[in-house]
Design a protein around this ligand. Structure first.
Ligand code: SF4
Ligand code: SF4
Length: 210
């Protein structure tokens, strides 16, 4: 094969990966939409609430970040420049960071709104629901303790769902946890089922560092 043919073959293979990943995303998004809809009485997410896009690490695989960037290139020039400047600032902060776990506001968050919502990664999509972690323990979204998701059914000690509060709400759907951990959503079974590879995984900002 000539070099040009090789590059072309690489492009085609990457396009197939992304296209199969998008098929997987549609499958998983449909499920997540149903879960959110079932949990509606406990969900307080709204446009402009961006607490979960701040002060975190955001794991991303190669395929997710490639898809995310395919959304960035569709943005207007001003938004792209703002994202670039966010990235530069966060990278600089990371270089100067001396602690153990570097946390940052997502560089794609502009005026408290996700600029790449349709292209966001898996970690962003399921956040806000009660989750079963890999050991089967229920993980409560942190915003519950800030008066948001599930705060209307959390017991006063902030440890578990209160059956008393649930019954007082008088709603039919019970609060329940879903198997939507990042580990589950990126399980190799999905790669096999939908014929794509997630590729390497690292915190979002590290994809933009040399
Ligand atoms: S998950 Fe919580 S922090 Fe994130 S948008 Fe919903 S209510 Fe806000
Ligand atoms: S990609 Fe969008 S939804 Fe995900 S953390 Fe960044 S701003 Fe929030």
């Amino acid at each position: 094969m000539t070099e040009a043919e090789n590059i072309n073959a690489d492009n085609i293979s990457q396009n197939i990966t992304i296209s199969n990943y998008v098929t997987y995303l549609n499958f998983i998004s449909e499920k997540l939409t149903k879960f959110f809809s079932k949990q509606k009485p406990y969900i307080f997410c709204q446009k402009g609430c961006a607490k979960c896009c701040k002060n975190a690490q955001f794991p991303y695989t190669l395929t997710e970040v490639t898809y995310l960037m395919s959304g960035v290139i569709k943005l207007d020039e001003d938004s792209q420049k703002r994202i670039e400047s966010n990235l530069e600032r966060i990278i600089e902060d990371k270089k100067n960071f001396k602690g153990e776990k570097f946390r940052y506001d997502c560089p794609f968050l502009l005026d408290d709104v996700c600029s790449v919502y349709e292209y966001r990664g898996l970690v962003c999509r399921g956040f806000g629901l009660l989750q079963n972690d890999k050991d089967g323990k229920v993980k409560v979204p942190f915003c519950c303790f800030e008066g948001l998701n599930y705060s209307n059914v959390m017991d006063d000690e902030g440890k578990k769902i209160s059956p008393e509060k649930f019954s007082k709400l008088g709603v039919k759907e019970e609060p329940c946890a879903f198997n939507i951990s990042y580990e589950f959503l990126t399980d190799p079974d999905f790669e096999r089922g939908f014929n794509f590879k997630f590729g390497e995984r690292k915190p979002l900002i590290e994809w933009f560092m040399n």
